[in-house]
Ligand binder design. Structure first.
Ligand code: MG
Length: 364
């Protein structure tokens, strides 16, 4: 089996909020996404998806094309050999940035092909630890909502059966610590004591602010506080992690594998969050999961639940899958949620098929 062709396409995917149908005012209308179809000479097709190119999404798509061109003729089962070749031709365009975002789509498509060639769903191919994994609603309880809207949205999520959900602090404007605290309190009021509640700061606090506000919300009972300060301030994060009772999650902004070593060795986080596009694909994501396991740390996913569910389910230290609905509309069908858990698919590879009608409508 050899790689025979490829097609990368830029899409503009509407930024709906399908979980609650309540949009915060702080969103763009569309998200630029690059999708990849990688084809083999025996008729298999692997799919990959990447983004974060922003206004350089055209360059990201070109990078995917240029790298894919060098995979034609290669054996798709030899993922590490292909990665090595692409890293060599990328010279110093890596280890982060557009090179890695592009590599991620190709690596993911190769694993999809491998699963299809072996007639195994990816989660089984990668370890197959569990056939269901907890998931949490993300993207609905955003900081742009008012307290009332946040309560209403949280109730909708609970009524839909979510047992875990994430909100945000670092509110817009110039909030006092009391404003910040009130936000998580009102959400907790709406959902009761038993639903797991996470809270994302998206790097917007200084470490001392995180310690101050974080200690004042300890009795709200947060499952984790996420990206409390600048993602690569490993020492600042470590101070916060050491000071707070609430677990600290982080890692989604890091590129590749090596920064995770620094983050974990510095004891910066209690929960390791890995973004597949910034990691560089399935291959490095699983290596980071193994690194976290060696340090007795759980691992969680970032966005693209339809793909990441396989990875979290594969590893023994997979904690929960972020159910962020950004890319769900690209597919005919995505994994179902039952009793707050994602059900792993039986179909080979990623078990996903692009919805060709939706793709045609989203074409940039
Ligand atoms: Mg986050």
């Amino acid at each position: 089996m050899k790689i025979a062709g490829y097609e990368a396409t830029i899409l503009k995917v509407p930024e709906d909020e399908p979980l609650t149908n309540m949009r915060a005012g702080d969103r763009d209308q569309f998200r630029d996404v690059v999708i990849l179809r990688l084809r083999t000479d025996n008729g298999l097709e692997g799919i990959g998806v990447t983004f974060y190119g922003g206004k350089m999404t055209g360059s990201l798509c070109t990078a995917v094309d240029e790298l894919c061109d060098l995979t034609v003729g290669a054996d798709p089962m030899r993922v590490e050999a292909i990665i090595e070749t692409l890293r060599a031709v990328g010279e110093s365009a890596g280890p982060g940035g557009i090179f890695t975002l592009a590599l991620s789509a190709i690596d993911t498509a190769l694993w999809d092909i491998k699963g299809k060639a072996l007639d195994l769903p990816l989660w089984k191919l990668l370890g197959g630890h569990r056939d269901r994994v907890p998931t949490y609603a993300s993207g609905a309880l955003r900081r742009g909502l008012t307290d009332d809207q946040a309560q209403q949205a949280a109730s909708i999520l609970a009524d839909k059966g979510f047992r875990e959900m994430k909100t945000q602090m670092a509110l817009p404007g110039n909030p006092t610590p009391a404003d910040e605290i009130r936000r998580v309190q009102v959400v907790r009021e709406a959902i009761g004591p038993d639903i797991k509640l996470m809270c994302d700061i998206n790097q917007r606090w200084r470490p001392e602010q995180a310690i101050d506000i974080g200690s004042r919300v300890a009795d709200v009972g947060l499952f984790w506080l996420e990206d409390v300060t600048t993602a690569d301030d490993y020492q600042g994060l470590a101070r916060v992690t050491a000071a707070l009772y609430t677990p600290i999650a982080g890692g989604e902004y890091l590129y590749g594998i090596a920064p995770f070593r620094q983050m974990i060795e510095a004891r910066s986080v209690d929960i390791v969050m890995v973004d597949i596009a910034r990691a560089g694909g399935v291959t490095p994501w699983m290596k980071i999961a193994g690194m976290a396991e060696a340090f007795n740390l759980p691992i969680v996913s970032h966005v693209m639940p339809e793909i990441l569910v396989h990875l979290v389910a594969a590893c023994p230290n997979g904690l929960t899958v972020e159910y962020m609905p950004w890319t769900l509309a690209l597919y005919e069908e995505t994994p179902a949620i039952e009793n707050g858990e994602l059900v792993l698919p039986d179909k080979p590879g990623l078990g996903l098929k692009f919805d060709e009608k939706a793709i045609a409508a989203f074409r940039a």
